[in-house]
Design a protein around this ligand. Sequence first.
Ligand SMILES: *[C@@H]1O[C@H](CO)[C@@H](O)[C@H](O)[C@H]1NC(C)=O
Ligand SMILES: *[C@@H]1O[C@H](CO)[C@@H](O)[C@H](O)[C@H]1NC(C)=O
Ligand SMILES: *[C@@H]1O[C@H](CO)[C@@H](O)[C@H](O)[C@H]1NC(C)=O
Length: 476
Amino acid sequence: MSCIPNWEQEWTLPYYLILLGFSCICICVLSDSSIWVPQAEIDAAVKLLLKLKVDYKQMTGQDYKAGCPPSENSIAPDNGPAADGADEDTVDPWNVATTNAKGVDYDKLIVRFGSNKIDQELVDRIEKVAGQTPHRFLRRGIFFSHRDMHQVLDAYEKNKSFYLYTGRGPSSEAMHVGHLIPFIFTKWLQDVFDIPLVIQLTDDEKYLWKDLTLEDCHRFAVENAKDIIACGFDVNKTFIFSDLDYMGSSPEFYRNVVKIQKHVTYNQVKGIFGFTDSDCIGKISFPAIQAAPSFSNSFPQIFGSRKDIQCLIPCAIDQDPYFRMTRDVAPRIGYPKPALLHSTFFPALQGAQTKMSASDANSSIFLTDTPKQIKNKVNKHAFSGGKDTVEEHRKYGGNPDVDVSFMYLTFFLEDDEQLEKIKQDYASGALLTGELKKMLIETLQPMITQHQERRKQVTDETVKQFMTPRPLNFKL
Ligand SMILES: *[C@@H]1O[C@H](CO)[C@@H](O)[C@H](O)[C@H]1NC(C)=O
Ligand SMILES: *[C@@H]1O[C@H](CO)[C@@H](O)[C@H](O)[C@H]1NC(C)=O
Ligand SMILES: *[C@@H]1O[C@H](CO)[C@@H](O)[C@H](O)[C@H]1NC(C)=O
């Protein structure tokens, strides 16, 4: 039996139901082989295997690796109550849901997605290779998972450089602080490794998925580019592009899109992204467009005809399905697989059960909020891990693990010692919820004001510079 690498389809392929007389016989296609087994038995076996894989990881600290390990991406999740009573988290590019106030269980996600944990050893190694204190997102496990980062560092140590690729789906003009996480981190990577960066704005995707006009999607892309530029990217090392513009102007980019399209079947994208027969064909072929920037010859103005330059993608973990697909296709079309760094989700003000929503102004702190709005939102809407009364809080202490103000501070407060002290004091009851919220407000207000000032400096001319295909300054 030959395995399809990385698609990990052993358990996922379609079940064909055939009714024969009064009985229902199910054929389950397992990779290339077909076996005849009743559905209930298949489900039970799948559940058992999933559990064994989790147990293996817990016992050994390592991912179970077989010739073609199973994917849990497209499998019906095990909905039975877990030991801690938490249901399975939902994580895909369009939905993030958990019932746990602490947020998504990221260790479980690493096992499910088959990625690797960013452990202390890797953080230390990045520090050594970069020669810089690791970014607080690395120190605090906000970027928590990776694929092939050691390989990127091995090559870098041998003077073989790489480039960065990240992106944003411009669904509205309004961006919130959570949207900045990949960009803040990518800027740090660009600075410490001194490498080129491409940023994809998927205005085409937003048109396909949302009830928006093409003109609006493109306009949102340009407006979002201003907020992205305000993060401080080096214009001589950064290319920002709208798919609607770049696809039509770069034959090399489109050639890669077509190569990818030829090597992914409908069954595969259906398994990964959950497309149905009623999804428009634009959605079905879109993953190839998000995959193409992972290959250096999609940008001949930057890399010439070189197709061997390693790509590193910092992104939120919900984008991983696109890049699992990309990594599967890459060797089959003669390209290196992109490496990845995954971040956790940024929680909504109302609690870590979901990620923020750009459509609910009260769910997040927006980059356009005034200091007064920030203060009101945090005070009125930030979910608190504190007790109901001051007396109880002083006596029993608060719970920083579910407190959204504390979570936000872990993203934005630079000082490790101060953060640790806040955590201890909150847990002991020495620090009250109002005082904790005040600290968050005083952290966010100057941060957002400074962002707004930098954004004001970004002229249409600056945007045009960043978004014009051109050579970039770098040494490889
Ligand atoms: C990498 O480049 C540096 C500076 O140019 C040089 O000193 C070093 O020997 C090179 N290392 C390797 C492994 O080629
Ligand atoms: C970009 O390159 C130009 C031309 O070499 C130079 O004048 C400019 O200072 C550079 N900008 C930055 C931000 O380094
Ligand atoms: C947001 O919160 C404010 C104050 O708490 C409230 O007046 C407003 O209606 C809320 N907006 C939405 C969209 O829920």
